[in-house]
Design a protein around this ligand. Structure first.
Ligand code: FES
Length: 152
């Protein structure tokens, strides 16, 4: 879908900006928002491009930098931290051979942290794309990554 088609679908009002940004990003293979798309959006919606960029920068769900096909968000809020989030982070970094904030060489995964995902009862927790994985151990975490790689 083009930027103008997405705007038409949601409506040209400013309160629809987040939904529009979300759909634009979801349509990009690199899970990010592209500069030319933001400029087009600014023109069509008659909003200064600086406002759109600051909105996109404010929310962690958006990225202005290219990311992997799958976004891993590991919860780092206190309940998950206490339950061993740091060990899960190390397992992810070792398994993916990247550090926090980086994208794998094959552009398959980007590793990020997030605040509470609302699943503290099953801490430690990570979300990959739209799926939440709880009660993580190092072994379970690696198995989740492997199962995603196997499906590709
Ligand atoms: S603190 Fe991690 S899900 Fe709530």
């Amino acid at each position: 879908m083009t930027v103008s088609e997405i705007i038409k679908k949601h409506g040209n009002e400013r309160e629809n900006l987040l939904a529009i940004l979300h759909q634009i990003q979801a349509g990009n293979d690199d899970n990010s928002l592209h500069k030319d798309q933001l400029q087009q959006l600014a023109e069509i919606m008659d909003i200064p491009v600086a406002d759109i960029v600051s909105t996109a920068s404010f929310y962690t769900m958006f990225s202005l930098k290219p990311r992997g096909k799958h976004i891993i968000r590991l919860c780092e809020s206190p309940p998950c931290y206490i339950m061993g989030e740091e060990n899960i982070l190390t397992a992810l970094e070792n398994c993916l051979k990247i550090k926090l904030g980086e994208t794998t060489a094959d552009k398959m995964f980007t590793l990020e942290t997030t605040s509470c995902l609302g699943a503290c009862g099953v801490a430690p927790v990570m979300m990959i794309d739209d799926t939440v994985y709880g009660e993580l151990t190092e072994e379970k975490t690696v198995a989740v990554i492997k199962s995603i790689v196997d499906k590709e």
